[in-house]
Design a binder for this molecule. Structure first.
Ligand SMILES: [Zn+2]
Length: 126
């Protein structure tokens, strides 16, 4: 039956790599040459063979976002280098910087001074 053949390898169960000579087991059918035709079965396969199915396109960066403007980066550095702030406060201020940037598009002087006052009290604002 034509519909049963794996679409990736055409039923060979193997696919050639870019160099041409060697072949690898087809990731579509794992060498069986048969198409994983139902979505349910396909999902099962992904569950057991996750390493073969890294959905690169679906992976969105999830890490903490950092500041994007020069002022924001500089400010974030001052916060993280501060010897006075606790880690909790640093994390909170960093979030504030990122939020402020996304709201205003940049760090306003007022905001920079406000953050600096906490990160480096007693030092002149330049
Ligand atoms: Zn195949």
């Amino acid at each position: 039956m034509e519909g049963e053949l794996c679409r990736m390898c055409g039923g060979d169960g193997r696919i050639g790599n870019a160099l041409g000579r060697s072949t690898a087991t087809c990731p579509g059918c794992h060498g069986s040459g048969r198409r994983a035709d139902t979505s349910a079965r396909f999902r099962d396969v992904t569950k057991t063979k996750q390493s073969h199915y890294q959905p690169a396109a679906a992976e969105a960066p999830k890490g903490p976002r950092g500041p994007t403007t020069a002022e924001g980066v500089q400010l974030a550095r001052e916060v993280s280098e501060s010897i006075l702030l606790s880690e909790d406060t640093k994390a909170r201020l960093l979030v504030e910087i990122v939020n402020h940037e996304s709201t205003h598009g940049r760090c306003t002087q007022t905001f920079i001074k406000k953050i600096r006052k906490q990160a480096r009290p007693g030092q002149p604002n330049l």
